[in-house]
Design a protein around this ligand. Structure first.
Ligand code: SAM
Length: 220
């Protein structure tokens, strides 16, 4: 199996591996595989697949919808959502979202690095930025949506009573959701507003807390 220039650079220049070294491989669908380095060049290389080391481990059917914030914090949200086990990540543009565009390819690469870091075999898809209104319009109501609603500040929900099935979490930007957005969310049958505790959390903290609470109630 030939390596790309980036892969060869990472394995042989950064990790300093050479011929005979063992590496773990995954493609997001077929579990983890062990391979041996058979050629190690500066910009190229070749691996030989030795066999499967672990089966595919897919996360539960949980999506994260979030409004992109500052670049580093958006990177953080994507990284942590991938580590904590989201199946899909959808950046959404809301009325108070400052970002007009995102680098989807960069965020997808962050999700891949996060999966590598936590030895996951699944890489969540990171979608391009879409208006929240359009996402809600095309929503399949079979997937229920937990809306982190900071106006409910009270005890953190355990989310213990949630029924299993496809779920998504929605977290707003620094300025929260506008009143028309809040009214729209309140009027949708598939939306459940939840409190994440008695404090107003930053959007990146809120995303991590909500995913963790959901995972503790319904995850693996
Ligand atoms: N509108 C708020 C303000 O300026 O006071 C702040 C919004 S908060 C920084 C960003 C997002 O995190 C919110 O839209 C909400 O989705 C989520 N969030 C933060 N704290 C929360 C809490 N205690 N309960 C539920 N969601 C929360």
């Amino acid at each position: 199996m030939p390596l790309t220039v980036d892969q060869a650079h990472y394995l042989f220049a950064v990790m300093r591996l050479g011929a005979g070294a063992r590496v773990a491989l995954f493609n997001g669908r077929d579990g983890e595989w062990t391979a041996e380095v058979v050629e190690a060049g500066k910009k190229s290389g070749r691996l030989r697949c030795l066999g499967q080391a672990a089966p595919q481990l897919d996360p539960p059917d949980l999506w994260l919808l979030f409004a992109p914030i500052k670049k580093e914090r958006t990177d953080f949200i994507v990284e942590k959502a991938a580590e904590l086990g989201c199946a899909k990540i959808l950046p959404v543009q809301t009325e108070f979202t400052n970002a007009q565009r995102i680098r989807q390819d960069r965020l997808q690469a962050h999700a891949l690095e996060a999966a590598e870091q936590c030895l996951g075999t699944y890489v969540p898809e990171v979608c391009d930025l879409q208006p929240l209104a359009a996402v809600l319009k095309g929503w399949d109501p079979a997937r229920r949506l937990l809306w982190g609603d900071e106006s409910l500040v009270g005890p953190a929900e355990t989310l213990a009573g949630l029924s299993p099935g496809p779920w998504a979490i929605l977290i707003g930007p620094e300025g929260g959701f506008s009143e028309p957005e809040r009214a729209r969310l309140r009027g949708l049958d598939f939306v459940t507003p939840v409190s994440l505790g008695p404090r107003i959390l930053r959007a990146d903290t809120a995303a991590c807390a909500a995913i963790t609470l959901w995972q503790s109630a319904l995850g693996d």
